[in-house]
Design a protein around this ligand. Sequence first.
Ligand SMILES: *[C@@H]1O[C@H](CO)[C@@H](O)[C@H](O)[C@H]1NC(C)=O
Length: 541
Amino acid sequence: MIALLNIGALLLVVTTCHGQYEQEVDVPNIINSEYGSLWPLPQSVQISSVPFSLSRNSFQIVHSQKSSAGPNCDLLQNAFRRYFEYMFGFTKNQGRYRSGLVSEVSELQVLITSADPECDAYPSVTSDESYELTVDQPTAVLTANKVWGALRGLETFSQLVYEDDYGARSINKTVVKDFPRFAHRGILLDTARHFLPIKVIMANLEAMAMNKYNVFHWHIVDDNSFPYQSPSFPDLSQKGAFHPYTHIYTPSDVKRVIEFARTRGIRVVSEFDTPGHTQAWGKGQMGLLTPCYAGDSPSGTFGPVNPILNTTYEFMSQFFKEVSAVFPDAYVHLGGDEVDFTCWKSNPDIQKFMDAQGFGTDYSKLESYYIQKILDIVASTSKGYMVWQEVFDNKVKLKPDTVVEVWMGNNVEEELQKVTAAGYTTILSAPWYLDYISYGQDWQKYYKVEPLHFNGTVEQKKKVVGGEACLWGEFVDATNLTPRLWPRASAVAERLWSDQSVTNIDDAYSRLIQHRCRMVQRGLPAEPLYVGYCDHEYKGL
Ligand SMILES: *[C@@H]1O[C@H](CO)[C@@H](O)[C@H](O)[C@H]1NC(C)=O
């Protein structure tokens, strides 16, 4: 590694119309990483300095004769095409070769070794994403047990390809052995605070694959809107969406998103958050929400889902039965966060129910009563569930396979310690709320997080299966989503994929600026990390 420049922390003096202020900008040293532009860094990689050439006219990605997956595996066929385009689609001078002095890699053979390649399956938390890659001439070989590993390996292969000084494509002799550190590597997008066109969702699924993310946590509805079109309850989106035709996800939209994600090795975990965050549900489902009272009479406003009515549970049974059929993933996220008790407290019928149940004035007991019933409903559809941490904190009885999502910024380590001590699987999102933006290189803050930094046994640490970067939508829509998310979410991607020992900020910076330029070259408006340029700048729309 060569240190070209050593500027370290730079004091920047900024002049604004309000006067002058000083701000410290943490700038890593600019070095040449021995790992080129790889992101996230594989578990084991040796790149030699022996370059080979790749030619658009002769290079091909093919199934190995020994592979259990062949031309009928559409998932791989499409991935072969996609990655070929990524590697050669931007070639300015297609006929140009590197001098005859270097040998050529003319073929990437993809070998799936397991008898069932899982071409038509959905990815799951136990999917095998491991792969091995050997780049040599004349043939490079990518070996994986399942298609999921092949997808990750194709991304790695494409990241090893670089443009040499002659404008031709090159790749060095390389050996990679790779697998993810954590099984759940998610991005949360919020389509309720603003509607996101599926084109934008798909562009970000594409970006997720470039960063080896494997879970799209779709926070699909909330207080502000209900864009999910439910065949069983069409009024929910008819009345609860921002617009009943233009701002909804039809069943076929949802299918397309799920299939697009599947073919990139990404799970779609839908979240239908209740009993709070449900104002938009109330518009299309009369009687679902609790009427709030002002003194002795209803005020005309509504609170969380009404937990004391049988009709509530009849509705939820039918609704979650549909959801469990629409979304093939083994898990549904049931939310359960931030329930405001004010309205429940105001309602005399709720008070009577509390007395009858012996809940006293402890409204978290009422919340638990509700959540318990919802969990049982979802369990009866044979799905697993994920919940926000409050559900655990309020001591709701959970199935042993529940995934608890730790999101609150205070006492993260203590919470992880408690959740895992109780034997629950957990994912961490608290340090990775990317909707919070600030001046400077905040990717470093996300990068430096160590998810297993809490007091606990080896068994407890195994319960942490991953994490999620969350981009809540209050200030985000199609205009700014992609640049706000990337490459900041790339920092989280490496933390969740690469080995725990991968913490060198200078090395990360060197690779990340190149990775970001690669995302730009592939058509994504990913924002810059700091001053600099890309060989192939974003050309706008
Ligand atoms: C690839 O090989 C070239 C030519 O020898 C060398 O300059 C470059 O550093 C190598 N790339 C990596 C990532 O090792």
